[in-house]
Design a protein around this ligand. Structure first.
Ligand code: SF4
Ligand SMILES: [Zn+2]
Length: 385
């Protein structure tokens, strides 16, 4: 412990410098080894390229190519960063326009020039049209080329970056494309204290208005079970967030938390203070919001997608280990069929335990929840160091 000069004691090593908490929390990620790990990536190759089945805005089934680029990364992350975001692991500080153009060519080679695809998702680990993150000429290449070739384009953005000028610029180059915003939670308290998102629900609402004025489509990501939240609370909150953001969104995609490397939520997970969500919670969530987004059997207010990344794994949404595959497959099927019948006949013994945990979470004042952080034998878990 050292003294900061004002009479109090502090654990910070340098008493002369103002040290923000996020400097301390992120220090390991800024070490030489961490930086050199990131710089070992080939800047001419994207992080990932793959093709999956999708649906076009008109509901038609199609093939979509997803390209995750290696960019300079999200400006918000370099300033502060969301508590669960590990995208910075895939970025390089020195990526140029030439590198990004080379990555685009690489993606085309990999997919045989997007053979059979009607949709392209361009993910940049940040905001696609943020000029400090991505060179303007490269943004223009992606927007105009995908438009000229008739692909539906999805890009990602932070809410405050969707300014009227920039959205008009985007809409001119690719009319009708989809802008996906990671709202995470329709709740300012959760945005601030659980996610450290750096924007508010009001800013998101303003962004949606701007996108609509420019005839662009709105996709909203919601995070299921942010850190510092119990399972029971996560379920109650997320049901509300879907209802509150449905009208404003063409699509809502629920992202159940998966633990990414070197993030704050990973620290909690390693300290056994956080368990990724149960797959049962996702099933319950879908059952509860289905009538909200399909009122009176009329046309759906929005399209609901739930894609649990790393489902069944200890770092992704999971159940007991026996039923995970079946339950995760039913959730994936629902995203395509929008039919609650997908969840019939899924019963497993662990469902009773999940239900009990959620009830206790809501009945007892335990902020991090009463559930065990790991699946498996309860006695063994209690005896483990
Ligand atoms: S989640 Fe999005 S906004 Fe947050 S730090 Fe990651 S890339 Fe940036
Ligand atoms: Zn089970």
């Amino acid at each position: 412990m050292t003294s900061c000069g004002s009479g109090c004691s502090t654990a910070f090593p340098n008493p002369d410098r103002t040290v923000k908490v996020h400097h301390l929390v992120k220090a390991p990620e800024n070490t030489e080894s961490s930086v050199s790990f990131r710089e070992s990536w080939d800047a001419d190759e994207p992080a990932t390229v793959y093709v999956t089945p999708e649906r076009l805005p008109n509901g038609e089934e199609c093939q979509a190519a997803t390209v995750i680029f290696r960019t300079k990364g999200c400006v918000w992350w370099w300033k502060s960063g969301c508590t669960f975001c590990g995208y910075f692991n895939d970025v390089r500080d020195d990526v140029t326009s030439d590198n990004l153009h080379a990555q685009w060519e690489y993606a085309k080679r990999k997919t045989n020039d997007f053979e059979g695809c009607s949709m392209v998702k361009v993910y940049t680990s940040g905001t696609f049209f943020e000029d400090r993150e991505n060179p303007l000429d490269w943004q223009e290449t992606i927007l105009t080329e995908t438009h000229e070739r008739g692909f539906h384009l999805i890009v990602e953005a932070r809410a405050e970056m969707c300014t009227p000028d920039k959205m008009a610029w985007v809409a001119e180059r690719h009319p009708g494309c989809t802008v996906a915003i990671g709202l995470e939670a329709y709740d300012d308290e959760v945005l601030k204290f659980h996610c450290n998102k750096g924007f508010s629900t009001r800013q998101w609402e303003r962004a949606v208005k701007t996108l609509r004025e420019n005839d662009l489509r709105v996709k909203t990501y919601l995070l299921f079970k942010p850190p510092f939240m119990s399972e029971g609370d996560a379920l109650e909150h997320c049901v509300r967030w879907v209802a509150d953001s449905a009208e404003a969104s063409d699509e809502i995609s629920i992202n159940p938390m998966n633990i990414q490397k070197r993030t704050i939520v990973e620290r909690m997970f390693r300290h056994r203070e956080y368990r990724p969500p149960w797959l049962w919670s996702l099933v319950d969530l879908i059952r509860r919001v289905h009538p909200v987004i399909n009122p009176n059997g009329t046309e759906a207010v929005t399209r609901l997608l739930v894609h649990p990344t790393a489902a069944g794994k200890i770092r992704g949404a999971h159940n007991c280990g026996n039923c995970d595959r079946r339950v995760a497959a039913a959730i994936e099927r629902y995203s395509v069929s929008a039919d609650l019948g997908e969840f019939e006949g899924l019963a497993c013994e662990c469902e009773a335990r999940w239900r009990c945990e959620c009830e206790l979470d809501l009945a007892l004042p335990i902020p991090l929840g009463c559930g065990l952080d790991r699946r498996g034998d309860v006695v063994a878990a209690l005896l483990s160091p």
